[in-house]
Design a binder for this molecule. Structure first.
Ligand code: PFF
Ligand code: NA
Length: 457
């Protein structure tokens, strides 16, 4: 067995760990990003590639991050350094952890703005705005929100304060307990939404669009997007799952727990898609509407279904909650890093990290209005139409996460001892061999190929 220092904090229970991991993974990525990316990429072909990436890349990397964290027992950067040092390898492996911290900071800066949209929609739901909407006006409701920097700023600030408020006290028991009831509630509400979608004329078309792949729509860009999203949705490549693994005790079965998390995350994304696309087709909306997609489809559903007023409020409350449990996991590594690398205590580090994230978030807020014509990399064809928000999203999901994920899996698959991995994972020989081959060959080659082709194409 590996040597452990028992001074390091541990999860209070297996369930607490599972909740934290599901809390981080299930978020805006599932309900906001997955449907709009699917819509932009033409439907089922994207979904199939995404599912393949989840199984062949996401799952093995999730397991690798947990086992590295559990062995290292430190923050992601120090854990990597420590394990590399023990094997007489370069300390620069710690840079992988550092890249993850930077990624978390960049992602949270725009994640919080989108979390703010969800907050604004709670207000619209409460004031019964949705019942007055039709296919056209639902677009202007969203457009007006985006066009108004001060309102966006207000909600972004509220969301950041909520995030800082939790992280400042250490992940509060209250939030853990709340997650236990709110996550299942989110699933139930999604079932209701899919049920409503099933009553619309567009249901068959929506489901076909989501599940029947048209492979002529596949491009290198789509595949890169699907792979990047597999990382994003499972919170990989940012050291977050590694940090969570560092609080993990030896008796937790990493493989089985990873399968549960991946299953939950995937099923919630697919249900969101099943709720949204039928509404798109029944109302003549545009599946390729981009980041505004769910904010235009779901309000229409709430405006028309019975009990829609209440369901609308509940839904956006639960969406905020899902986003919130993810955003605290994004702030945590930045805080932990500041705490360990500077003389700041936890409170000061949390406030500093929160302020820095909030400030960068202003760039995303302005990307949708005042700065919507600013395209910083406009001189390059490939990036010509991209705003600052688009670039932040591209740089994190499509570059940073795949690269840190690739480094992680190469480290585990090629530099660590087979026996040690086997005892850490503690699964049957067959399952272990499958994981090992995937981690050594399938995942790294897959990520590398997709990454290179996606970038040059
Ligand atoms: N996985 C979260 C989601 O799907 O919304 C987003 C996220 C959280 C990404 C934490 C990365 C992360 F480290
Ligand atoms: Na997710």
């Amino acid at each position: 067995m590996p040597q452990k220092s028992h001074t390091h904090a541990q999860w209070s229970s297996r369930l607490a760990f599972l909740l934290a991991a599901v809390g981080s993974s299930v978020g805006l990525g599932n309900i906001w990003k997955f449907p709009y990316m699917t819509g932009e990429s033409g439907g089922g072909a994207f979904v199939v590639v995404y599912l393949i990436c989840i199984a062949l890349v996401g799952l093995p990397i999730l397991m690798s991050e947990w086992l590295l964290g559990r062995l290292g027992q430190k923050n992601p950067m120090s854990s990597m350094q420590k394990i590399a040092g023990r094997m007489k390898r370069s300390q620069s492996w710690g840079l992988v952890g550092l890249a993850g911290i930077l990624g978390a900071y960049l992602i949270l800066s725009f994640y919080s703005v989108i979390g703010g949209w969800a907050l604004a929609y709670i207000k619209y739901a409460v004031t019964d705005t949705f019942s007055t909407l039709d296919g056209d006006s639902v677009g202007s409701l969203f457009g007006n929100l985006l066009g108004d920097p001060s309102t966006l700023l207000l909600w972004h600030s509220v969301f950041m304060i909520m995030t800082v408020g939790v992280v400042i006290g250490g992940v509060a028991g209250g939030l853990e307990r709340a997650a236990k009831t709110l996550m299942p509630a989110l699933v139930v509400l999604l079932v209701v939404m899919v049920g409503y979608a099933a009553t619309t004329d567009g249901f068959a078309e929506g489901v076909r669009y989501l599940l029947l792949p048209d492979f002529s729509k596949l491009t290198a860009q789509t595949i890169l997007a699907a792979m990047g999203h597999a990382f994003f949705t499972l919170s990989l490549g940012m050291g977050i799952m590694m940090a969570y693994g560092s609080y993990l005790s030896d008796d937790v079965n990493i493989g089985r727990t990873a399968v549960i998390v991946v299953f939950m995350d995937t099923i919630i994304a697919l249900m969101a898609g099943m709720a949204i696309f039928p509404i798109v087709f029944s109302n003549g909306l545009d599946a390729g509407a981009g980041p505004g997609l769910i904010f235009q489809t779901l309000p229409l559903a709430f405006g028309h279904m019975s009990g829609g007023w209440l369901f609308g409020i509940l839904f956006f409350v639960l969406l905020v909650f899902a986003a919130w449990t993810s955003s605290i996991s994004l702030l945590e590594p930045v805080v932990e890093w500041l705490e360990e690398k500077t003389s700041m205590n936890r409170k000061a580090a949390t406030i500093a990290a929160g302020l820095a994230t909030w400030a960068l978030g202003l760039a995303t807020v302005l990307s949708f209005n005042v700065w919507s014509d600013i395209h910083p990399l406009g001189i390059f064809d490939k990036f010509s139409g991209m705003t600052i928000f688009d670039l932040l999203d591209y740089a994190t999901s499509k570059v940073m996460l795949p690269l840190t994920g690739l480094a992680t899996i190469i480290f585990v698959g090629w530099f660590m001892q087979r026996d040690e991995l086997k005892s850490q994972l503690n699964v049957s020989s067959g399952a272990f061999s499958l994981w090992y081959v995937t981690s050594r060959f399938v995942a790294p080659i897959g990520v590398a190929v997709v990454f290179v082709f996606g970038l040059i194409n």
